[in-house]
Design a protein around this ligand. Structure first.
Ligand code: NA7
Length: 541
């Protein structure tokens, strides 16, 4: 239909979560006319939708927050070390107000198509309601964990009770008191929800397909005066963050991985030393060894020791055995919990081990597995996301020659150049696309760098009198091949490791690990070098 009559902008941003808000602020600062299109009726993105009981960040508040403004840092007061969903949502609303962002955000506007016009060198962005926008630049601030994965279970729609999804949880909450509740899924989300739901429900059934490695969370409220002390040395904290591999220098889910190589070797430790470690430190004691992630034999030993540590907490031996993972530690994003294993000692909690009998069907009254039937009032699915690419494959994104991004990723796998652009899709930038370090880092730190890099790139294109900037297929292939060779033989590509990191959690998705493994500082350095080199690997024309 062409772009005649479409509303013209300098840039369209899709999404008003952490990235979209900063993009709007940053691109406005360049003097651009920007429109942000957001499907929800509020800001917040991922932190708006994931309102499930227990939802909490796994990175410390003062690091999981914008660093670009000292005013924002000083004016906002975090109450907890690891922020809960509500506090993050409130923070993003505060930022939207403080920076006067809402006037350029159009809410309740779902983008369904984005088409590149080669003659005009511009993108036509179309919404579900039939609105049309045109702009030379589009930035997809659509989130890496934002496309919910609906489980493909026969009879799902026939359930007569209440079906809830962790990533579309009712805004007003849901009273689980007196209810027989199932939680399906034991990733980060399920593990966070289990202890909280167990407190409320009459009975909780935890349907587990893969057991998790999960370490006790350091979550707590800030002590009086503690935050003020941290804020007084924010510069120092941010400087440390910039040199930290994962973009978080303080406590986080990644703490277990920091300095891992400096610990003693598990294989070299005596049985007494191994047992003392789990006696003193619980499950954590099974994993804090230098060789756990780097030597398969040490990995196996660590898993066995982890199982022993779980069995010291969980009284029922069969449940403890079921809660022990069967894949190596380190191949998925680490999980932290608040009383997860202890919850299985409650009278009103039952673990349903799907490895012993898979789910067969959902009926109007409950879930049937190969081993039995569970009568339920509520099913809460915590079954994850079509990560990294899912948000964009659900939109008809057409680049050069009308090629669909969805088709490209389905044949080539989740690839891009630097996680910033996909070859064949000029002037379309992605925040934390596949090939970036985002999945294995503090997302906010990673995202801020992307926003700034993209803003600089757009400035360079305009200042140079160019119309388009486009990743070269050769640079993209080289980038992804580089990642593939860096992770070859490591635990993240272990055949037993199925996760959203490699697409194995989505039926039919090409299995591929494309998270940049050398950490944020090195990634930033590389992106800076590429920009300084006249955007090497990109074609500006
Ligand atoms: P995850 O980590 O992808 O976990 C999803 C969980 O749901 C996981 O235990 C899956 O088992 C399970 N799952 C998925 N589909 C099914 C079906 N059909 N039946 C039973 N169980 C199923 O998503 P989360 O939301 O927990 O966490 C995502 C990220 O958000 C996390 O890494 C943090 O960074 C924040 P599986 O392991 O596939 O056997």
């Amino acid at each position: 239909r062409g772009s005649a009559g479409a509303e013209p902008y300098d840039a369209v941003v899709v999404g008003a979560g952490f990235s979209g808000l900063y993009l709007l602020h940053k691109l406005r600062g360049l003097g651009l006319r920007v429109r942000v299109l957001e499907a929800a009726d509020q800001v917040g993105g991922t932190w708006l939708f994931n309102r499930y009981p227990g939802a909490r960040c796994d990175i410390e508040s003062i690091e999981y927050s914008y660093s670009f403004s000292a005013e924002l840092e000083q004016e906002w007061n975090w109450t907890e070390l690891l922020p809960g969903q509500r506090e993050i949502e409130a923070y993003l609303n505060f930022v939207a107000d403080r920076l006067d962002l809402r006037r350029d955000i159009q809410f309740e506007t779902r983008v369904v198509a984005m088409t590149f016009d080669e003659d005009e060198a511009s993108w036509l962005v179309e919404t579900e309601a039939g609105e049309r926008f045109v702009a030379p630049f589009v930035v997809a601030a659509t989130g890496i964990l934002s496309a919910p994965l609906a489980p493909d279970i026969p009879g799902l729609d026939t359930f007569a009770g209440t079906t809830l999804f962790s990533n579309r949880y009712p805004r007003e909450g849901f009273d689980l008191t007196g209810k027989r509740v199932a939680i399906v899924g034991t990733g980060s989300t399920g593990v966070q929800a289990v202890p909280v739901v167990a407190e409320q429900a009459d009975h909780l059934y935890v349907f587990q397909r893969s057991a998790a490695y999960t370490l006790p969370s350091p979550a707590r409220s800030y002590e009086p005066g503690e935050l003020a002390g941290l804020k007084a040395r924010y510069d120092e904290i941010r400087a440390a963050q910039l040199t930290a591999h994962v973009g978080a220098a303080r406590l986080s889910a990644f703490s277990v991985l920091v300095n891992m190589r400096e610990f003693p070797s598990l294989l070299a430790a005596s049985r007494e030393e191994q047992l003392r470690a789990i006696e003193e430190r619980g499950v954590t004691g099974a994993l804090y060894w230098s060789d756990v992630m780097f030597d398969p034999e040490a990995g196996k030993l660590a898993t066995a020791l982890y199982g022993e540590a779980v069995a010291r907490i969980v009284r029922d031996p069969e449940t403890a055995a079921s809660l022990t993972p069967t894949y190596p530690f380190g191949c998925k994003r680490p999980i932290i919990d608040q009383g997860y294993y202890e919850t299985f000692n409650r009278e009103n909690v039952t673990l349903v081990d799907l490895r012993k009998g898979a789910i067969q069907e959902i009926t109007p009254t409950g879930i049937r597995t190969e081993r039995g039937f569970y009568e339920l009032d509520v099913i809460l699915f915590a079954t994850g996301f079509d990560a990294l690419t899912g948000a964009l494959t659900r939109i008809d994104v057409r680049g050069r020659g009308g090629a669909l991004l969805r088709d490209f990723w389905s044949t080539e796998g989740a690839i891009s150049y630097l996680g910033l652009q996909v070859a064949g899709f000029p002037n379309l930038f992605t925040i934390q696309g596949p090939g970036s370090p985002s999945a294995a880092s503090n997302f906010v730190a990673a995202m801020e760098h992307h926003v700034e890099w993209i803003a600089d790139a757009i400035s360079a294109v305009r200042a140079g009198g160019h119309r388009t900037m486009e990743a070269l297929p050769s640079a993209q292939a080289e980038w992804i091949d580089g990642i593939t060779s860096l992770v070859a033989g490591s635990v993240v590509v272990h055949p037993d490791c199925n996760s959203w990191y490699n697409g194995a959690n989505v039926p039919g998705k090409k299995r591929m690990y494309t998270t940049y493994p050398l950490g944020l500082p090195e990634y930033r350095r590389r992106c800076g070098e590429i920009a300084a080199d006249g955007y090497a690997g990109f074609k500006l024309s």
